[in-house]
Design a protein around this ligand. Structure first.
Ligand code: IVH
Length: 729
């Protein structure tokens, strides 16, 4: 480089910087320049996202950012702690650290109609002992279909609050109590301020009379439609798997380990809450915006039911629109929040949801499509599941090309045929499903769909067992691959990196044909490292993850073994029973008669366990796994005594099964109901008291109806969580 080569220059901020200039500039000038650039970049980011008025072009912003990074690289000691250069990402994280939220992150109860909202409002009035004809003003916001993020901001100097707050931590919601730390990733979003506007401490002092040292600010990470399309184009270009919808894309992106990659993802953020502070919601939104956050502008205050009704109708019609009139991002409803902070404090929360807010769910989006073909998939237990391939159709902004048909019975009941025009539905995170066939558009030569006679993977004749169709070939490649994939999956042995594609590849190479083979993979280390697309680093990580999985608990291991009917809950329940006490050998030594004597074990589970225990292949696989170092997965006596049950809870003594898609994850709902004394099992038996059935409930619902088990939907569930007893429903 000669003396007058132009280095990274920020065209808008002073003039061109030359290499010679830099040589002559003293440290203090460089420090000044770094400060100037940092300040300006943050101010521009704020102007862009808060006032929606970009002051400079993206190119200019990037040029300044590059200059700042260059200076910081050469003078790392001069880098400011909240430098906007964190927007481009930091070194990859090695593992995922957890954080306990200062204030738990609750979820919202749902309303599906105006009547639901009305009864919620009336319940609140009764709770507040207010007159019945009162309307408590509500703030209505869009319910962003993304994922919640909590940002902890801390005073830089508690003795000098005027110095302001800086972003210390960003975490996902996790289970509401403990979330995953994603700070470097969150810092890449320009819509998240690294420092709060200097006015923050002053406005808080005025509003609260004090200045909290930590603030937990919450909002939603999301991807707009344009960003989602861009990301999928990028992934398609790299030959990678496409994201199914914007929410999955956002969630996957936020949890990437390498924040440099996150910086390339079109993630966005809307702030909507300051946890734990007594400030009106309408004021909160204004404050957040003045502090530099992006706040969704589509909020309003409602002062009557008529206004509420109008608002809901507005959104119902917005759903039908496309093009410029439609929203440019996904929402899955509206959130109604009591505005008055005193009332919010009085209302408090029940179980996992606040009383002061409710989600109004907009109806699922439906669209017409066409069945191009029907294919069957083989599950790990050999069960055959039919899937429809559809003409790619946009359902509320997401392109759908596949839908589950559940089982043979569903195809027969709905009479779904290849060549049919069908109505499909996408609701929340459910895999799209076919609701009904438009028979008037059916071609004359169409024939009912017949399930195949042979397994599509190994050509073995399929066997019909009750309503299921099964491949019983032990060595069926599809079954084996599924079984291994299940064993390695997150809720089982959690072997990160051993996903479907690798399992298939290793199976084809003959390296992993059985579960014990996973633990012999290190014998192929040299070959692995030269395998296309893997790389030394990921091989080391994979082998490490395999090694670490030897420390998993017997419940995870038992679930991972993929025994029929032994779901996650049953596995956990079995391992913790006094008689089993963390020892799977003891469990497998019990006879079918002894097994039914255990708590929550019906004849189906007992039969399935006993069958597995008698199977010589299964036993020898277990022996091999023990020899390969998994003895703690097979036996880990519990330190604490037998599982404690909640005495005297509203639901104690009742056994529940949960199925289908509900408003929250099944784990979360279970946690809430367990706190009220409920016991859960995975399958329906005559001992089941209640089935909680969400959308797309399948065989469990049918079985419960047959056995006369009481069935609850989302509404009953909401009422129980709101304080009702089963007898009051
Ligand atoms: S307020 C106490 N406001 O919905 C709960 N949540 O089901 C405070 N969400 O986990 C949440 N948009 O991820 C709130 N405008 C909004 C929202 C919103 C989306 C999500 C959020 C939360 C979930 C609750």
């Amino acid at each position: 480089m000669n003396g007058d080569v132009i280095l990274f220059s920020c065209p808008t901020l002073s003039s061109i910087v030359t290499f010679a200039d830099m040589q002559h500039k003293g440290r203090s000038q460089i420090r000044e320049r770094i400060e100037e650039l940092s300040f300006q970049l943050e101010a521009w980011a704020r102007a862009y996202h808060v006032s929606d008025e970009p002051v400079v072009s993206d190119q200019d912003y990037d040029a300044c950012l590059r200059e700042l990074i260059q200076l910081e690289t050469e003078h790392p000691d001069l880098r400011l702690p909240d430098s906007p250069s964190s927007r481009v990402g930091a070194a990859p994280r090695e593992n995922v650290e957890k954080h306990r939220h200062l204030i738990p992150m609750l979820s919202l109860a749902n309303a599906f109609s105006l009547e639901d909202v009305e009864s919620w409002a009336n319940r609140n009035l009764r709770f507040l002992k207010s007159p019945e004809d009162l309307f408590v003003p509500l703030v209505v916001e869009e319910k962003m279909d993304g994922l919640a993020l909590s940002l902890t901001y801390t005073l830089l100097d508690t003795t000098k609050p005027e110095k302001g707050y800086s972003l210390r931590l960003a975490t996902t919601r996790g289970d509401g109590t403990i979330g995953e730390i994603v700070t470097p990733n969150a810092k890449t979003l320009r819509e998240i301020p690294l420092k709060l506007a200097a006015s923050a401490s002053g406005t808080l002092k005025a509003a609260l009379g004090e200045i909290p040292s930590d603030l937990e600010i919450r909002g939603e990470i999301y991807m707009d439609h344009k960003g989602f399309e861009k990301l999928n184009e990028l992934l398609a270009g790299k030959g990678q798997k496409l994201a199914a919808n914007p929410r999955n894309a956002a969630a996957g992106s936020l949890r990437l380990l390498d924040s440099k990659l996150v910086a390339e993802r079109p993630l966005r953020f809307f702030a909507y809450q300051i946890a734990g502070l007594r400030i009106a919601q309408s004021e909160t939104l204004k404050l957040l915006s003045s502090w530099g956050f992006a706040v969704n502008p589509n909020w309003t205050i409602l002062k009557s039911f008529t206004e509420l009704e109008d608002r809901i109708h507005h959104y119902a019609s917005l759903r039908q629109q496309s093009g410029a009139a439609a929203l440019s991002y996904d929402i899955d409803g509206l959130v109604l929040k009591v505005d008055d902070p005193e009332k919010v404090a009085l209302l408090g929360s029940i179980a996992n949801s606040p009383r002061w807010a409710i989600a109004y769910k907009l109806p699922a989006i439906e669209a017409q499509s066409f069945v191009e073909s029907i294919e069957v998939q083989v599950g790990r237990t050999g069960q055959i599941t039919p899937v429809a391939w559809l003409r790619p159709t946009s359902v509320g902004g997401v392109v759908v090309s596949r839908a589950t048909l559940h089982n043979e019975e569903q195809i027969r009941l709905k009479d779904i045929r290849i060549g049919d025009t069908v109505w499909i539905r996408r609701a929340g995170e459910v895999i799209p499903e076919v609701i009904k066939v438009e028979t008037s558009l059916r071609p004359g030569n169409s024939v009912p769909y017949a399930m195949p006679e042979l397994c599509p993977a190994c050509r073995t004749k399929l066997v019909r067992e009750k309503s299921a169709l099964l491949c019983v070939n032990r060595l069926c490649p599809a079954k084996t691959v599924e079984r291994i994939r299940h064993f390695a999956s997150r809720h089982a042995m959690d072997i990160r990196g051993l996903g479907e594609q690798l399992v298939e590849r290793f199976w084809e190479l003959g390296w992993i044909k059985t579960l014990p083979d996973i633990y012999r993979l290190r014998d192929h280390e040299t070959e692995l490292k030269v395998l296309e697309g893997l790389g030394e680093k990921s091989v080391t990580k994979l082998l490490e993850a395999i090694e670490n999985s030897k420390k998993q608990t017997p419940e995870k291991f038992l679930f991972g073994l993929g025994i029929d009917l032994i779901g996650e809950t049953t596995a956990e329940d079995l391992v913790n029973q006094e008689r089993v006490n963390g020892d799977l050998e003891t469990l497998f030594a019990l006879s079918e008669e002894e097994l039914v004597e255990l708590d929550n074990v019906g004849p189906g589970i007992a039969q399935s366990l006993a069958k597995a225990a008698r199977d010589a292949h299964f036993r020898s696989e277990l022996d091999e796994l023990r020899e390969l170092g998994l003895e703690n997965c097979i036996k880990s006596p519990r330190d604490v005594g037998p599982r404690k049950t909640t005495e005297g809870g509203r639901l104690s003594g009742f056994t529940f099964v949960i199925t289908g898609t509900l408003d929250r994850s099944r784990d979360e709902i279970k946690k809430d109901l367990k706190a009220l004394g409920a016991t859960f099992t995975d399958s329906i038996s005559k001992n089941t008291n209640y089935l909680i059935a969400g959308e797309a409930a399948g065989s469990k619902l049918v079985k419960a109806q047959k056995l006369g088990v009481t069935i609850w939907g989302q509404t009953e569930l909401d009422r129980i969580l709101a304080g009702a007893s089963p007898s009051e429903l």
